[in-house]
Design a protein around this ligand. Structure first.
Ligand code: ADP
Ligand code: MG
Length: 730
């Protein structure tokens, strides 16, 4: 029988694909079609209920039972009109995916009548059976209770899967005692903290600022491969990445994929998932090829962080499902293929005021320039002071493959701000003794507004190697992994910013109390912060070995593996930060730490098992089969009386196969032994370190032998689709 691999390749050319998807609709016609927007709410709710919903969204005020019933009823009529039969509380547990538990509106009353029902209680709070979601020990399994609570700040939406339509209510997920068990709860708290701290600082400049909203525009990188071919790779199916595979003759060296035309089949898939995304209110705007073959990127228009996070998790889900319709598979893993670029998810971040000002956009007047400078320098200080936490916020087993691999930002967190702003900061820093005065042309009237946008348009001033870069009117956190929930990075970034801004206010106020003029006080604190945090600024090549040395000299943290990077979450400093800003209690933080370590262990464990399995059950049999063919051939040649020169090549290969097979099997055995030892360890941190240092170290070694075998064994016998097939056939 033909192998799965060969059949998949055959099917590719045998079954022509249908690229005809829905004719091009105007985006505005479908945008938000499946979202319970405020406009829809206005049409389906009573005046009273609408106002109550609005107040809850704007100021977080509580919705009482009566209003809850009314809103639920409006939601039900809207969704039934659209053919919805079920609803679910939609949440983001710490497993890294989204979770749903569908209930139908259908119910039977005590008198036996069947009706469709959805009331305030069902809208506001639910109790999924939460015992199997990770809780890091917060919720002992015997009291398997956690509940989901409606988050009115993210609008309900209808998810269409085939003909099935489900009303999804975005919720947070907390334990009965109030501890957060999801990605969203701490994020929402961090955004509240940032709002307050940023408004306080804005008040120095503009009394009309009463609200500051953090904004996020993510850029999602991903690979798309043929599903048939991918299915013949158990490693892709189980782990999202290829654990084996020799580099193809052609990789990304030609860079012909980047910004080339999008392959037709992928293009149809993109248009399809984009249409689904638009209906769900995801404001997608750009799509293009990425550097590696079969790698692509999409990015939306930025939104408030909370919404942007929901939209990103939703889109990852939508992409995965829509791909199936096209016989494709989306790979969101950070490093699906060795030897070619991995995938990231740049997080473009800024802050916007209710008065319509982007706080990281250089101003037009000296006053607004000063406000920009204050927020700009506070960001630098926050990143400097808490670089270890930012690093920890993006630490996962998948991302470890990418960070520092000379394609993605290094594990050293540094900030790139460009030449012009470096000069500006230098000028301020050099002012001896913080002597600024009101007529300080040089400083307060810096030509920031005009110069920066121009400079930033120049691509040479964008430094792609920096993990945290200023790009004209926002910072771009580039070290986030492609499969990550942005909430993790955004919770940390907004918390450290909130914390730094409130210290800033405290410091400025202290000077004002000493009768310093406001602007001068602000400049003095800015100057001090520049001095204190300038070691995090770096304009050079972040991939170079010199930078690693230099960073070490500067005392910047450079933690390369997840188990150790995660330590930053449980330092005294981190505990104080998160508790003080009301994001995490100590026990919540410890629980998170535990969950992240567990995730790491599980990921590495699964990869190790898949590797062992493939080596033993796929690679070895193929290698032996080919070896036997050669032996048969050699025997035949011998029988004809030919001397060794007639079969010397065959003999060579037979020997080489034995060598590689033996080494491979030996290493697999050693890896299994190492796993057994690691599994005995009860302390999760120690266990994670053990998996990292004693199990994972075998991955490259085993892979080396397997990839050598791939080059030796008869192509027809090799069962796993090869890189050239996965990456170039579609
Ligand atoms: P590129 O980085 O490729 O040059 P853009 O500068 O247009 O592309 O923006 C990249 C991403 O940054 C987009 O998702 C965009 O929405 C987002 N972005 C732009 N302005 C902001 C902002 N003020 N806050 C957050 N994200 C933003
Ligand atoms: Mg970008």
């Amino acid at each position: 029988m033909q192998s799965l691999r060969l059949r998949a390749i055959y099917n590719l050319s045998a079954n022509p694909f249908n690229f005809d998807i829905e004719g091009s609709t105007k985006i505005t016609e479908i945008f938000n079609a499946n979202v319970f927007t405020l406009k829809t709410a206005r049409a389906f709710l009573s005046n009273e209920a609408y106002k109550s919903l609005l107040a809850s969204i704007r100021s977080g005020s509580k919705i009482d039972r009566k209003m809850g019933d009314q809103i639920a009823s409006g939601l039900k009529s809207w969704s039934e009109k659209k053919g919805v039969t079920h609803f679910t509380h939609w949440f983001q547990p710490l497993t890294g995916a989204t979770a749903e538990k569908h209930d139908s509106f259908f119910t039977i009353k005590s008198d036996g009548t069947a009706i469709e029902e959805f009331d305030g209680a069902a809208l506001i709070q639910q109790e999924p059976d939460a015992s199997s979601f990770p809780s890091g020990g917060l919720r002992a399994t015997f009291e398997a209770r956690g509940y989901t609570a409606w988050d009115p700040s993210s609008p309900p939406f209808i998810m269409e899967i085939g003909q099935g339509k489900t009303l999804c209510i975005p919720t947070i997920f907390v334990s009965y005692t109030g501890e957060s068990l999801d990605a969203k709860t701490p994020l929402l708290k961090a955004l509240v903290a940032l709002d307050k701290a940023a408004v306080d600082v804005c008040q120095y400049f503009d009394k009309n600022v009463t609200e500051v909203i953090a904004t996020l525009g993510w850029e999602q990188e991903y690979f798309v491969v043929d599903a048939g071919i991918a299915t013949a790779r158990p490693d892709l199916v189980m782990t999202g990445r290829t654990v084996f595979g020799h580099a193809p003759a052609k990789g990304q060296q030609l860079e012909d994929h980047y910004f080339g035309s999008i392959p037709e089949r992928v293009y149809a898939f993109m248009r399809d998932y984009e249409a689904e995304g638009y209906k769900l209110g995801i404001p997608l705007r750009t799509r293009h090829n990425e550097v590696a073959p079969s790698q692509f990127e999409c990015a939306p228009i930025f939104e408030p962080v909370n919404l942007a996070v929901d939209h990103n998790t939703l889109l990852m889900d939508v992409m995965t499902r829509v791909a199936k319709r096209h016989g494709l598979m989306v790979l969101l893993h950070e490093k699906p293929f060795a030897g070619i670029n991995g995938s990231g998810k740049h997080n473009n971040w800024s802050m916007a005021t209710n008065t319509g000002v982007n706080l990281l956009s250089p101003g037009k007047t000296p006053k607004s320039n000063l406000m920009f400078l204050a927020f700009f320098v506070n960001t630098i200080k926050a990143v400097h002071d808490y670089a270890d936490l930012l690093r920890a916020s993006i630490a996962t087993a998948g991302n470890d493959h990418r960070l520092g691999a000379n394609e993605a930002p290094p594990a050293i967190i540094s900030i790139f701000i460009g030449k012009y702003l470096t000069d500006v900061l230098n000028q301020i820093e050099k002012r001896v003794g913080g002597k600024f005065d009101e007529h300080d042309e040089a400083i307060l009237k810096l030509d920031i507004h005009k110069s920066i946008p121009e400079l930033m348009l120049d691509n040479t001033d964008r430094n792609r190697t920096s993990p945290f870069a200023f790009t004209g009117n926002k910072f771009e956190f580039r070290a986030v992994g492609s499969s990550a929930n942005c909430a993790a990075a955004m919770t940390v970034l907004n918390t450290i910013m909130a914390d730094t801004l409130s210290k800033f206010k405290h410091d400025v106020d202290a000077l004002i109390e000493k009768n310093e003029k406001k602007e001068i006080a602000i400049m003095q604190v800015i100057q001090r912060y520049i001095v204190e945090s300038k070691s995090v600024l770096f304009e050079g090549d972040g991939y170079s070995p010199e930078w690693e040395k230099e960073a070490k000299k500067r005392g910047l943290p450079n933690v390369k593996t997840t188990p150790l990077a995660l330590d930053a979450f449980v330092t005294a400093k981190a505990k104080k930060l998160f508790e003080h800003n009301k994001i995490y209690s100590h026990s919540e933080l410890e629980a998170r730490h535990e969950i992240m370590l567990e995730n790491y262990v599980k990921k590495v464990q699964i990869e190790a098992r898949v590797m062992g399995d493939l080596a033993t059950n796929h690679i070895l049999p193929s290698a032996v089969k080919y070896q036997n063919m050669l032996i048969e051939n050699i025997r035949g040649l011998k029988e004809t009386g030919l001397d060794e020169s007639a079969y010397s090549s065959q003999l060579q290969i037979v020997k080489k196969i034995s060598e590689h097979v033996n080494k491979m099997s030996k290493k697999v055995q050693e890896m299994i032994e190492a796993r057994k030892v690691a599994n005995e360890i009860t302390d999760t941190r120690e266990k994670a370190i053990s998996y990292c240092d004693t199990v994972k170290v075998f991955f490259d070694e085993i892979r080396y032998e397997v990839d050598k075998l791939e080059l030796l064994v008869d192509d027809k016998i090799w069962e796993l689709p090869k890189y050239r097939e996965i990456l170039f056939l579609r």
